[in-house]
Design a protein around this ligand. Structure first.
Ligand SMILES: [Fe+2]
Ligand SMILES: [Fe+2]
Length: 214
């Protein structure tokens, strides 16, 4: 697997930055966070991006650097205004310092800056930016999105949880996200998105029946 030194640096840094915030939001008795949502999200974006790279090709350096930088200014759930623009500006100054190939920096900066751009707004020649966009949004669909929704809940201690509430939230989350399915740039992403949504719908439907006792 392609794991250059600069990638290890980017991974370590995001683990540290996100871990410091996570331990405040999700404290546990052993001093480590009970959950690090942002780190898990970015790890999944990397898995989905590598999967997509294998199918559609692209510059691995550009995609992987963009994956690990894209949410740097959104270390957990709250994001400042224009977290994509902040990360892009920071990446432009930082990538030369860690030995990232100079000639590819502009592409990384562009992909990071555009990762939360409106659907279908990226031109066809922005292949790596499209790939990051798809990988980032794919992580919002499927069984993992239900698991994440529940795992982050201790961040909202005023919220009472019970099975009925989990069903309601899972339905709401699905209806908010499923509109994405047709907007992925690559056919392979659309297919994967449909597959994930189908499993998510089945899961929620069964959960809903079980909780209703029917
Ligand atoms: Fe983001
Ligand atoms: Fe993201």
């Amino acid at each position: 697997m392609h794991n250059p030194e600069w990638l290890l640096r980017l991974r370590n840094e995001l683990s540290k930055i996100s871990g410091e915030v996570a331990v405040q939001i999700w404290p546990s008795t052993n001093g480590k966070p009970y959950f690090n949502y942002r780190l898990e999200h970015v790890r999944q974006v990397e898995r989905d991006a590598r999967w997509l790279l294998n199918l559609v090709g692209g510059d691995e350096d550009v995609v992987l650097a963009a994956v690990w930088l894209h949410d740097r200014f959104q270390p957990q759930l709250e994001s400042p205004e224009d977290h994509a623009g902040l990360a892009a500006g920071w990446a432009a100054g930082y990538l030369p310092e860690i030995g990232f190939p100079e000639e590819k920096i502009n592409q990384v900066v562009y992909a990071v800056e555009m990762h939360s751009s409106p659907v279908q707004s990226l031109p066809e020649d922005a292949h790596e930016a499209r790939l990051l966009w798809d990988a980032d949004k794919l992580t919002k669909l499927g069984p993992l999105s239900v698991v994440n929704m529940i795992a982050v809940m201790p961040a909202y201690p005023d919220h009472s949880m019970n099975s009925g509430e989990i069903v309601r939230m899972a339905k709401q989350e699905l209806s908010r996200r499923q509109t994405l399915v047709d907007y992925f740039y690559f056919e392979q992403s659309r297919e994967r998105a449909r597959q994930r949504v189908k499993v998510q719908e089945d899961f929620i439907r069964q959960m809903s029946r079980d909780v209703a006792g029917v």
